[in-house]
Design a protein around this ligand. Sequence first.
Ligand code: HEC
Length: 174
Amino acid sequence: MRKFNLALVSFICLLALTMEPIFAQPPKGDGASSLPSSESPAKHEPQDAVQGAKQVTESRQPAIYPADVRLGFLQRMRENLAYLNEIQAALAASDFEQAADIAEYKIGLSSYGPQNKRQFPYTPAPMKQMGDASRRSASKLALVLKEGDMKKSLEALATTTSTCVACHATFYAQ
Ligand code: HEC
């Protein structure tokens, strides 16, 4: 009986030894697959977005512009994003003065320009109000930035970007 047990134990040990590479594989496999799997969220996100896009219906209201005015409008929008980017870069360099200047003069109340005049007759009133609110928020951001407090600045920046998000959720340009 003891002999049988011994034989059984040796057999199991042998089995375990031969299987070790197999057992060793999953961690190794995990290690190897950790690259694709850590990439997979990024890989899958666009797919999810596409899948989601199939179900998207337009719930926003149109702002209807003549073609050339619309082009100018969208260009101005891309500039908005570029200016936000510049504010972030200035903040990262703790250049609060520079960030404040961009906030006030590029996206704030001091940034109304000829393109706004061209858009004005076509822009729906509620959208105009959201645009004004966005500019007021950027001017407020400029004042906060001048205090040189990073946390308050980031909060004020988030408040300003939320005005971009709010309008994008409500209107599209046609
Ligand atoms: C008053 C409304 C409003 C505000 C405020 C606003 N946007 Fe827009 N933005 C729009 C609309 C409308 C479009 C066109 C979206 C569409 O047709 O789907 C647009 C488009 C854009 C685009 C895409 C441009 C392109 O070439 O297609 C960018 C980038 C953008 N906005 C950035 C910003 C940023 C950054 C802010 C804040 C600083 C901002 N916008 C504030 C209304 C607004």
